[in-house]
Design a protein around this ligand. Structure first.
Ligand SMILES: *Cc1c(COP(=O)(O)O)cnc(C)c1O
Length: 214
């Protein structure tokens, strides 16, 4: 089941789009089923669960943290992640930067842009991201790799399209503004319900949970 889901998804994804299999509600057995089918990139959003999984599952798994991260949980999460996709405040960015410098590492992050109509969703506004990008050299412990966004939860496809169009346009704007910053290239958009729409906007990462595991 999981293997055939993955096969179907990969047949639809362009080869340069990375699939993050969102395993936040999944048992280790289910994750191993996906692993055995060849999947190596997984996404988690709850620090405690993530820590357990990261410690017991194979070491060649590439873990992306995709949930809201409280700074008091950083120490639990950062040693095991290859990317934090959900940096949604300056405070969090600063704390990740500080932890990384203390640990002698750099942490790859995406800045989450608030694109949905729901106010409850997390994320920066465009001006805040611009400020960070102009000051990115003050964050020596993080490598800002791109943007992440979540579209409005709606059946109205054109509303979803408008959200993804907005983040795509902002990504292109930033790439033009900072052409020397080649590390800044990732666009993570698309979940199970809307990744086909996201694919119209050339993401580099999609994050799929139920499409993989259900
Ligand atoms: C849970 C989650 C996903 C995956 O959601 P599905 O609808 O199961 O594909 C993607 N991104 C984020 C940030 C999530 O929290």
């Amino acid at each position: 089941m999981i293997a055939s889901n993955l096969e179907a998804i990969y047949s639809e994804l362009p080869s340069d789009v990375k699939l993050v299999a969102v395993s936040k509600y999944q048992s280790e057995a289910c994750i191993m089923e996906a692993y055995q089918a060849g999947q190596r990139v997984f996404g988690e959003s709850r620090p405690q669960d993530f820590l357990k999984k990261a410690q017991s599952l194979p070491k060649d798994i590439e873990w992306h943290f995709i949930g809201h991260l409280q700074t008091n949980k950083l120490k639990m999460v950062l040693p095991y992640v290859s990317m934090v996709e959900s940096v949604d405040s300056l405070h969090l960015l600063r704390e990740i930067d500080k932890w990384s410098k203390d640990a002698g590492r750099t942490t790859d992050v995406l800045l989450e842009l608030h694109i949905a109509a729901e106010e409850s969703k997390q994320g920066f506004h465009e001006e805040e991201i611009l400020d960070i990008m102009f000051n990115r050299e003050s964050f020596e412990g993080v490598r800002i790799r791109g943007l992440m966004g979540m579209a409005t939860n709606t059946d109205v496809q054109d509303d979803v399209r408008a959200d993804f169009g907005r983040i795509r346009a902002f990504m292109d704007y930033l790439r033009d503004l900072f052409p020397e910053y080649g590390d800044f290239a990732e666009l993570s958009i698309g979940m199970s319900s809307d990744y086909r729409i996201a694919l119209e906007f050339n993401p580099t990462i999609v994050r799929l949970g139920s499409a993989v595991f259900l």
